[in-house]
Design a protein around this ligand. Structure first.
Ligand code: A2P
Length: 275
């Protein structure tokens, strides 16, 4: 155990297992539950931890000699002093059945190396940025919409969040509302950020998946923008495997081409991990 990890472990009083050298032990600062199956938590950020907005990290709990780690998108922008995560609660999930019970003051583990493709670097320059998300797939975009660099690079930023129920939209709605009064971001994002939240199993958009809204063109009409054009539009997609496949296919129908860190393109994908 390193001196730093040891100190962190003792401070929280929790971990009784040694913390590996490639792992940070951080303290939970805030927990908020949105529904029976969704919650966010914030924790301290190690001074040496650097990441690009949109990347993910491996998260675990100090409750076993060999803790279970799962990939979590970092929901903070890269400038944040803390780290935010948005999580599902999986019944009997090896990590989330415990993680959902965390309280401020508890310790959460995070492997030291973040990675991911939902980063501005993986996209070619453009005019409009679409952030297509379903469920907890909104997490990386919670960072993207709070990063001033996003608004430097794009004239318009369109966040779509589709969930089964209206209650599952609250985390995203809260983010967008908070931006409007944020000291720095309110001005930077004003008039540039468009939000389209919809539930598919209740409410006015019942039955309308994001792919349907794209295919019928209703999404563009509702937002007051032209249909996706590869000359000026870029997209990031985050959701379940099925959603990624279908939304990527739809983006390709509009002429977008998948990019990566090594080979920037006009759209990028990453799955919402914990399920
Ligand atoms: P639906 O209610 O029609 O299944 P999930 O929790 O299963 O990941 O779903 C989250 C949201 O993503 C729901 O609104 C769901 O719609 C939608 N969804 C599920 N599969 C797809 C898909 N293949 N393409 C687009 N949206 C999808």
């Amino acid at each position: 155990m390193t001196a730093t990890a040891e100190t962190a472990a003792q401070a929280s009083g929790a971990p009784s297992f040694p913390i590996p050298a490639n792992v940070f032990a951080e303290t939970v600062t805030e927990v908020k539950h949105y529904t029976d199956s969704l919650f966010k938590f914030r924790m301290t950020r190690p001074a040496s931890f650097r990441f690009r907005t949109g990347e993910f990290a491996m998260i675990g709990l100090p409750n076993a000699e060999k803790p279970v780690f799962r990939a979590y998108s970092i929901a903070s922008p890269s400038w944040d002093e803390e780290l935010e995560f948005f999580s599902i609660k999986v019944p009997n999930g090896p990590l989330t059945e415990h993680l959902q019970k965390i309280q401020p003051g508890d310790t959460v583990l995070m492997r030291k190396k973040p990675t991911g493709t939902l980063v501005l670097d993986a996209l070619l320059p453009g005019k409009r940025l679409y952030l297509f998300s379903t469920g907890t797939g909104i997490a990386p975009f919670a960072g993207t919409i709070r990063d001033p660099e996003t608004y430097e690079k794009f004239d318009q930023v369109i966040l779509t969040h589709t969930t089964r129920t209206l209650a599952e939209l609250h985390y995203g709605e809260e983010l967008v509302e908070a931006l409007k009064t944020d000291e720095i971001l309110a001005e930077i994002s004003q008039g540039k950020l468009l939000y389209h939240g919809s539930a598919t199993r209740e409410g006015e958009h019942k039955g309308e998946r994001i792919t349907t809204l794209m295919e019928t063109g209703k999404l563009f009409t509702d937002l007051g923008v032209p249909p996706i054009d590869p000359a000026e539009d870029r997209a990031m997609i985050c959701g379940s495997m099925a959603m990624l496949k279908d939304t990527a296919a739809m983006c390709e129908r509009f002429g977008l081409v998948e990019g990566s860190n090594a080979n920037p393109g006009t759209y990028v994908v990453e799955r919402a991990f914990v399920d």
